[in-house]
Structures are given as C-alpha cells and as structure tokens.
Design a protein. Structure first.
Length: 267
C-alpha cells in the first residue's frame, strides 16, 4: 500500500510538489485522476473512479456544485470524501485507508517530508531552517491565489485588466523576493540543500507558464504576457535556479515534459 494517495485533475504541477518530494524522501505516492474536464464524471472518494453515465442516477444524492476550477459543474463527492476534505477541493491526499485527508498542496508536500524514509533534509536541519522554509511556502500562497484567478480567467474568457494587474503585481513581489533570496550566488533557497521551498517554487512557476498557451487571448484584450521574454533579464537568479531544478532527475521526471510543451507554445 502506498504511503499516500492523491486524487486530482491531471496534469497538475501542484500534485508534483508531493511526487518530487517523494523521490527525495523515499515515500511511495499513488496518484489517481484524469483531465479536469473529465472529473465531473468521477466519483470523488478515496477509491475515486469514473462513473458510467447510466450509473449517475444512483449517485445523484451525492451531487454537489463545483466551485474553483470546476465552477457550476455537477460533481459527485461521497460523504467520506467530504469528511476527509471539508473544502471539497483537489488535490486531495489520503492517509492509507482513506480516513484522514490532507488538503492544500503545500500541506500535502509537508506530509511527504514528515513521512521521509531517508535522511535528506527536505524540511531543514533544525527548527530555524524549517521555519524559514515555511516562510517561503506561506508567501507562495499569496502568489498562487492571484495566479490561479488569472489562469482561470484566461482559460474561461473572463480576463480583464484588473485581474491581469493583480497577477502581474503578485508575480513581481514573488519574483523579487526569490531573486533577493538567491543573492549573491546561492544555489538553493534555504540552507545548503534542495528543500520544500525549492520544490514549491519550481512547481508554482511551471503552473504559471500556462500563460504561454493563452497568448492570443492576451492580445485580444490588449494585454501583455507577464512571463515575457525579458523576465530572464529582470530576474536572472530566479530563472537560473528554475533551470537548475528542471535538470535535476527528481524534478525532471514530472516537470521537464510539461515545461517543454508550454515553452514551445510561447514561440
């Protein structure tokens, strides 16, 4: 039995926070899911699985209205799922057996570090390093919130100048802080080893790169890309760090194909 099971739409860089950490920590993670537009025909549960259309009537008492990302969709979520995941969102992680749910991608990643079977210091060497890592994880949530609103608006055609401006400002604050943290020539964000802070950064930036696939929508609104070609010159340490992490075997397995596809869309 896996140490942790995660149910989510796929592909999802926020799920990869856990799988990347799992490779460092020797933790076995089982992933279940499907593309976002297919999850409306799944039964959301520890034993999540697709539901055939002729079975939907049997699950109608479990139907709930989706919110972020699947807003307005009819979704089938068991009571056990809602007990484990009171906010009803994905990625949704479960301890073996499904009784205990862990939600929010940073918390799922922390759980992997706590389950570690190796001595790699993913979560720092002491309370001070752990707390500094938490600082990076917490500040990432501010960026991630505005990034999610921005990417969803790009996807569903509701983008306006105000949403774009908030995302642009959130990115600038996040990137500037990372650039400073990597000064003058640091190779990692905390201590002397890759940590959860680096994993979180790499996956959140990879997710934000979905902007590349929506260039036409931005042009139609008279807006420019936030991840424009000059970003590398504005934040050279941050982008170089991202490039280093992509080359690492534990990151590359998940992120390299995803980032390569999105980067190709930018050209």
């Amino acid at each position: 039995m896996a140490d942790l099971r995660i149910f989510s739409y796929l592909p999802n860089p926020r799920v990869w926070k856990a799988t990347i950490a799992g490779r460092f920590a020797g933790v076995e993670i089982e992933i279940k899911g499907a593309p976002a537009n297919e999850l409306k025909s799944w039964l959301w549960d520890y034993n999540a699985a697709p539901v055939a259309s002729y079975e939907w009537h049997a699950y109608s008492p479990l139907a709930r209205t989706g919110r972020v990302g699947l807003a307005g969709e009819r979704l089938f979520k068991t009571e056990a799922f809602m007990d484990a995941h009171p906010f009803g969102n994905v990625p949704a992680a479960f301890a073996p057996g499904g009784k205990i749910g862990i939600f929010e991608s940073n918390s799922i990643m922390r759980a992997v570090a706590r389950l570690s079977k190796t001595d790699f210091p993913l979560y720092g060497h002491d309370a001070y390093e752990t707390s500094r890592i938490d600082s990076f994880l917490d500040v990432s949530l501010i960026f991630a919130r505005d990034a999610q609103i921005y990417l969803l608006a790009l996807s569903d055609g509701t983008l306006d100048a105000a949403i774009h401006t908030r995302a642009q400002e959130a990115f600038a604050v996040y990137a500037s802080g990372l650039e400073q943290a990597l000064s003058p020539a640091r190779q990692v964000l905390v201590g002397n080893n890759i940590s959860l802070a680096d994993i979180c950064f790499a996956t959140e930036l990879a997710l934000f790169m979905n902007e590349h696939a929506r260039g036409r929508q931005l042009e139609d609104k008279g807006l420019s890309k936030i991840l424009h070609r000059g970003v590398r010159d504005e934040y050279p340490r941050m982008i170089s760090h991202f490039d280093r992490l992509l080359r690492h075997e534990h990151f590359a397995a998940d992120l390299e194909p995803y980032v390569h596809k999105l980067s190709a869309a930018a050209t």
